[in-house]
Design a protein around this ligand. Structure first.
Ligand code: SF4
Length: 558
């Protein structure tokens, strides 16, 4: 490997793991899951939750909710309607510690701590819910990895909920102490959660606190009572969601599809923006989302990229990057007219389709572009020869084509279509125009094809397929459709918070993949969240490996 390639690989690895999330290594089927932490050290997945050694099935499904105050226990009990054993564990740290010791000998499968708490940050309001990602009393910390799942489910239930750190203290906090705890990253403080959560002893645990008071509305001030009542109402409303969380607990197998996640075109596009940011400093303008993924866009925005819809939003004299989906000649001409310095991050495989469109049009063909209306790639490709091209989305559109010469029809495809659907439309077109010419080589790119074959392989073995990707990502949406056509329920999720707990109840095997624009770290986040619901064995189904790498445009080559 050359030094340049080695540096590129190291940079890609760093990008994949950026944000402190963990990225999976390849895990042969049947082996315990192994992950790398941020320092590159190997870490074996802890066994947690579900049935522990010597536990009977009824014990493993027993759900205990600890609510410190009687009034809190009553609110939770009313909302739960008998789905759990709700225990009023007593006010304050000493009583919580005493009750936690009693729980050590008690058989149960999962535990939740639910009560009210003091909001620490100024963006919280009475009645807001905080789901603990971890709870700490300063000496011990209990992680609650399923917090994003629970917080997402609460929000879908119409409640204001956030996931964040919970701190347990031995006295009510006021004024500057709130600010000090908030500056340490905590969202809410309480007097009981840490010892109670620790009593879960590695079984699935959730910590839910409803905010009763905030820095602006302290407890013993006018409005304090109203804040407490708002918190109790939220607790009661949240209780049925806690029951759904408990119903989703269980051991699982996760089958990772390979290949998944970033393709060479996406890697290249992100690297181009990063290199322009490094060279020019912020702000750097990018026309349209560089790739269709919220995490990638947000990460680049944090570094100073500004995403605009049109060049009219770019100031004179600025540098602008064209996205991986490509642009029409009209956009290039506008940039030139305005004297903007441009860097083109169009994927070379999209550029190939543009070149084919120009060639067919120049030879007098009517060019049918099989693709989806409104997608940026389609708009850019159609712009190459608007007078000679027609968009074909369905077989019915083929019947509407009116070429001047029946022998001069050609077709091209958007790079991210579902291969089986696109070839059906192409067959219809060739059926109507037997002399129709297709692209020299497949337009649907290698990354799209490989990911669709891989998701089909895991769908065949799975009860449920999850696809990491953003809603506007064409190739990610096609992966969902591919898995569904294989007969397996499949859903698109941008992050663990999008996983609906109802999807998981009774599901033993989950197929997991990511669209070509979704960062590998999101897959790690999803597996980590699922581990919060019980032991997860991760294995991989690799249908092929990819080694394609595209060179960078001259403007950003060093
Ligand atoms: S999905 Fe295919 S066409 Fe799109 S950026 Fe990736 S390699 Fe290029």
């Amino acid at each position: 490997m050359t030094e340049r390639k080695a540096r590129g690989a190291a940079e890609r690895r760093a990008r994949n793991e950026r944000g402190g999330t963990k990225a999976p290594l390849a895990e042969p089927k049947g082996r315990a899951a192994v992950w790398t932490d941020e320092g590159g050290r190997e870490e074996r997945a802890p066994e947690r939750g579900g049935k522990t050694a010597g536990q009977s099935a009824p014990e493993a499904s027993k759900f205990i909710v600890c609510a410190p105050l009687r009034i809190e226990a009553r609110a939770v009990r009313r909302g739960l309607g008998g789905a759990a054993e709700v225990r009023a564990t007593g006010y304050g740290l000493p009583r919580a510690a005493k009750h936690a010791a009693m729980l050590a000998d008690h058989p149960f499968g999962m535990l939740a701590v639910a009560g009210t708490g003091g909001g620490l940050t100024r963006d919280l309001s009475p009645g807001d819910l905080v789901v603990g990602t971890e709870v700490s009393d300063g000496t011990s910390t209990t992680a609650c990895p399923s917090a994003p799942l629970l917080a997402g489910e609460l929000r879908r239930a119409g409640l204001r909920a956030r996931a964040g750190r919970v701190v347990t203290v031995d006295h009510l906090v006021h004024g500057a102490e709130r600010d000090r705890l908030a500056s340490g990253g905590a969202l809410v403080a309480d007097l009981e959660s840490a010892p109670l959560a620790a009593a879960a002893g590695g079984r699935p645990v959730a910590v839910l606190r409803a905010v009763s008071d905030t820095p602006q509305r302290p407890l013993l001030r006018p409005g304090g009572l109203a804040g407490g009542l708002a918190a109790l109402r939220s607790l009661r409303a949240a209780a049925p969601v806690l029951a759904r969380w408990a119903a989703a607990v269980g051991p699982r197998q996760v089958l990772l599809a390979g290949p998944r996640s970033f393709c060479a075109g996406v890697e290249r596009a992100i690297e181009i923006v990063e290199r322009v940011l490094d060279a020019d400093g912020p702000p750097v303008y990018v026309r349209k989302q560089i790739v269709h993924n919220t995490h990638v866009v947000a990460a680049l925005e944090r570094r100073g990229a500004i995403f605009v819809e049109e060049l009219s939003e770019v100031p004179d004299g600025a540098r602008v990057v064209f996205s991986a989906h490509g642009v029409s000649p009209a956009v290039r001409e506008e940039a030139e007219r305005r004297g903007l310095a441009t860097v083109d991050a169009t994927c070379p495989l999209v550029a190939k389709v543009h070149a084919e469109a120009r060639r067919f049009a120049a030879e007098g063909y009517l060019v049918a572009l099989i693709g989806h209306a409104g997608h940026e790639e389609v708009e850019g490709t159609l712009g190459e020869a608007p007078q000679a091209m027609a968009l074909v989305e369905t077989a019915a559109d083929v019947a509407r084509l009116r070429p001047d010469d029946q022998a001069k029809v050609a077709y091209l495809m958007q790079t991210t279509l579902a291969a089986d659907e696109a070839s059906q439309i192409a067959d219809t077109l060739v059926g109507r125009f037997p002399a129709a010419r297709g692209p020299g080589s497949d337009d649907i790119c290698y990354a799209t094809t490989n990911r669709q074959q891989a998701v089909r392989a895991v769908a065949a073995e799975s009860d449920l397929v999850l696809v990491a990707g953003s809603a506007n990502s064409s190739n990610s949406v096609r992966l969902v459709e591919t898995a569904q056509r294989a007969g397996t329920p499949a859903y698109l999720i941008d992050s663990p918070a999008d996983i609906q707990l109802g999807w998981l109840a009774g599901v033993a095997t989950i197929g997991l993949t990511a669209g070509a624009s979704a960062p590998p770290a999101v897959v790690g986040d999803i597996v980590a969240a699922l581990r919060g619901l019980g032991p997860v064995e991760v294995s991989e189904r690799v249908i092929t490996t990819e080694s394609i790498h595209f060179s960078l445009p001259k403007e950003v080559r060093q």
